[in-house]
Design a protein. Structure first.
Length: 334
């Protein structure tokens, strides 16, 4: 639909006066007289013409949300590439983005739950086999004494806590999955959310910053939602790595696989922090075309680590919910 009053996508300045000066031809590009943003007139006049075939926020159905997941994640992996394609003229939907992220986390959660259950079953089955081998070498009296070490894999007392913990990990953390990688990933994902909140506050609360950037706050809010919540996908990676760690103990607790997995965790955590800052710097310089000097960006990047206390507050605020879930899990026998 053609906008009745075309505005600058960056500062919301009414461009009707500029359009009124066109006499003989319609130019393809222009400049906003208020903020200096380079305008693409066809996109300003009719934003609906912009449709990115890989972008989940332009999906028309839940099926398209899923089929566009990998392309969107691939573009998001390198923020420069994302902000070159998703300009301020590009129509976006926070609601659709959050729906996509929720569906993706739900699907991954089901897959990682199945993986955790399967690995735990295999590990317990192997322990039973070893125990049976040991018991077979004992006298009948001794066999009765060691029989308690066997786990009944057909019993509801085995399946209920195993399935329950696998589904609720890392909110519920019992002895079945001791590595705690998912819990660590959740902490760093919360840290990333805290960093994004600080970037949002730095853009929105200081009048000098707002006047200089001449940026509509809706853009900063959208970036906060994208950058703040995307790292929570790493929790599902952590759940998968928890299963992989348990699997590695089949061979040796300090096997090459364990060392490799620890390396993967370190790289993922480091990348989350780097990506978070890269995303905001790319948004500032490429996406929003804010003319900030590098030393200013370094200063703001340093200040964004004040998000650590915010992340701690978020975790403290969430603790009663986690405790309530844990008590409920105990009540139902998990």
């Amino acid at each position: 639909m053609v906008s009745p009053s075309p505005i600058c996508p960056k500062c919301a300045y009414d461009q009707s006066g500029q359009i009124a000066t066109w006499k003989t031809k319609c130019p393809t590009q222009g400049t906003c007289p208020e903020c200096g943003y380079t305008l693409s007139w066809p996109d300003i006049i009719d934003p609906s013409r912009i449709q990115l075939p890989w972008f989940v926020e332009h999906a028309k159905s839940k099926r398209q949300l899923l089929t566009r997941t990998l392309p969107t994640l691939w573009i998001l992996l390198f923020p420069n590439r994302y902000w070159k394609r998703v300009t301020m003229e590009t129509p976006r939907s926070i609601k659709r983005y959050l729906l996509w992220l929720t569906l993706l986390i739900l699907i991954l959660h089901i897959l990682t739950t199945a993986t955790l259950i399967a690995v735990n079953y295999g590990f317990t089955h192997q322990n039973n086999a070893r125990t049976n081998q040991l018991i077979s070498q004992l006298t009948p009296e001794q066999q009765k004494q060691y029989a308690f070490r066997l786990t009944d894999l057909t019993s509801i007392d085995y399946w209920r806590p195993t399935i329950g913990e696998a589904f609720l990990l890392p909110l519920v953390h019992r002895s079945n999955f001791e590595e705690g990688v998912a819990q660590g990933m959740a902490m760093f994902a919360t840290l990333c959310l805290g960093i994004s909140i600080i970037w949002f506050l730095l853009f929105c609360t200081f009048q000098t910053t707002r006047n200089r950037s001449k940026l509509r706050m809706i853009h900063v809010l959208r970036a906060t939602v994208v950058a703040g919540f995307l790292p929570f996908l790493s929790i599902e990676l952590g759940r998968f790595l928890d299963a992989a760690y348990l699997l590695s103990t089949y061979w040796n607790p300090i096997s090459r696989l364990s060392i490799l997995l620890y390396s993967v965790v370190f790289v993922c955590i480091l990348w989350m922090v780097i990506w978070q800052q890269w995303f905001w710097i790319a948004a500032t310089r490429i996406g929003w075309q804010v003319k900030a000097k590098w030393w200013e960006l370094i200063l703001v990047t340093t200040a964004s680590f004040l998000g650590i206390p915010i992340a701690v507050l978020i975790m403290i605020a969430f603790k009663p919910i986690r405790i309530a879930i844990d008590h409920f899990a105990v009540w139902i026998g998990i």
